[in-house]
Design a binder for this molecule. Structure first.
Ligand code: ZN
Length: 445
């Protein structure tokens, strides 16, 4: 109140009032929702509001009928919401209105109840401030982890294939609108097929469609699957357009082995800023935990990762240019799993116009997948884990070996513990000539 002793006229009162009103209202005239996007994942639906600035929001649910209500303080909506792909989602319709003359209220009419969760993502590079609403499906029978009673000696070798990025995180962008998330999903699907064609192997996709999975959930999935290997597939960008070649990476808690490795790890770890990790403070905790685990228990896992990486690299080397001839190491979040050997494969640089052309070609994608598969299968075949079907049957399976640079016939024979004569016989060879890329049958003992 204004002091009683001060003589204040009517007009002055009005002036003061409008001044006060302006002071209150102006900062609240806030964000504009410029875009609304929607992605459907197997277990949840994600809505993203693109804002031209940060805004506070509240979310709550109502029943009979089921609705989710999102109030965004001081916001207006300029984006269309009637063209969202609602098929296969729990959302029947989207309505919006202005509340208290200044807030935006968005109502999602539901076909069935959901468990909603929301969080804000701050502006990041070209991406605007965003409000993310995840609607988790209810009553979904928890996806059965591979927990079938494993008859001793019958366990499949499980490969978890993680197609990088997805949903609102497109990954690196190439010429002509080529997106990393699409290329790597295609390669991952071919890879699954190729691995599954080997007896004793079972491949699972971590991401099956176009949606985002936070990095730590990808790692968790690998553990839930009790995977023998987690392989993350990427096709990245580099600051230099002429950077080219495939590369294989493993995690390191210490420094990166090269500038490229450090750069790529930084980029990949940014994924959660783009796609959203939900609660970023939690992932900080994970960092500390991962640091401790890395030091204590990860040495064996890291060594296995390097071994598998080497086998994959040698298989790739027979088919495509390699960025580096050795498995490189850097601190990739997605590879930090103390229990599961994990590698990250950069299939090529999407920013290099020549490689982009190949990466979009389904023939190349399939061939790349087959080479990755060969490298993975070769590793486990030469060292089948105890208790696996492969270990029990190794002596009865013919194996394949693709010639890499530097291979010799006697070297290959020694590696598989067979004679050069048997090797030549199994492949109908008259001479000891071999060429890079040629696939040999390794006869069973
Ligand atoms: Zn990537």
């Amino acid at each position: 109140m204004i002091g009683a002793g001060l003589p204040v006229g009517h007009k002055q009162y009005l002036f003061l009032f409008s001044l006060l009103a302006m002071l209150v209202v102006i900062p609240a005239v806030g964000a504009e929702v410029e875009g609304v996007r929607l992605w459907r994942a197997p277990d949840h639906t994600r809505l993203v509001f693109d804002l031209d600035g940060p805004a506070e929001h509240k979310l709550f649910t109502l029943q009979n009928p089921d609705r989710v209500v999102i109030d965004v303080s001081g916001a207006t909506l300029s984006a269309a919401v009637d063209n969202l792909p609602l098929t296969d989602t729990p959302i029947a319709g989207v309505r919006h209105a202005t509340k208290n003359k200044r807030d935006l209220r968005v109502v999602l009419d539901l076909k069935q109840p959901v468990n909603p969760r929301s969080f804000a993502l701050r502006r990041h590079e070209a991406l605007p401030d965003r409000l993310v609403i995840d609607l988790h499906d209810r009553d979904k029978v928890e996806e059965k982890t591979i927990e079938q009673v494993q008859v001793s000696g019958q366990k499949d070798i499980v490969i978890a294939i993680d197609a990088g990025h997805g949903g609102e995180d497109p990954g690196a962008l190439g010429p002509g609108g080529l997106r990393e998330k699409d290329v790597v999903l295609a390669i991952s699907k071919y890879l699954q097929k190729s691995i599954d064609s080997n007896p004793g192997f079972s491949a699972k996709l971590v991401r099956t469609g176009d949606y985002y999975i936070p990095l730590r959930d990808r790692v968790k999935k690998g553990r839930q699957l009790r995977a023998d290997l987690f392989v993350s597939i990427h096709a990245d960008a580099f600051t230099r357009k002429d950077a080219r070649g495939a590369g294989v990476y493993a995690v390191s808690s210490r420094g990166a082995t090269s500038e490229t490795a450090r750069f790529l790890a930084q980029r990949e770890n940014e994924s959660d800023l783009i796609g959203g990790a939900g609660d970023l403070s939690l992932s900080d905790k994970d960092d500390t935990l991962a640091g401790v685990l890395l030091d204590l228990a990860m040495t064996a896992t890291m060594n296995a990762s390097l071994d598998i990486g080497t086998s994959v690299l040698s298989s790739l080397g027979s088919f495509t240019h390699l960025h580096k001839k050795k498995v490189e190491q850097a601190n990739f979040s997605v590879l930090r799993n103390p229990d599961v050997p994990s590698i990250l494969v950069e299939t090529g640089f999407i920013t290099n116009p020549q490689e982009a052309r190949r990466l979009r070609d389904p023939m190349f994608q399939r061939r790349m997948a087959e080479k990755l598969s060969e490298g993975i299968v070769a590793h486990f075949t030469s060292r089948p884990p105890a208790g696996s079907w492969l270990a029990a049957n190794a002596s009865r399976i013919d194996r394949k070996h693709t010639i890499a640079r530097g291979d010799t016939l006697s070297g290959i024979a020694a590696r598989y513990n067979i004679s050069v004569a048997d090797l030549k016989k199994a492949n109908g060879m008259q001479t000891s000539m071999i060429r890079v890329g040629q696939t040999l049958t390794i006869p069973s003992g």
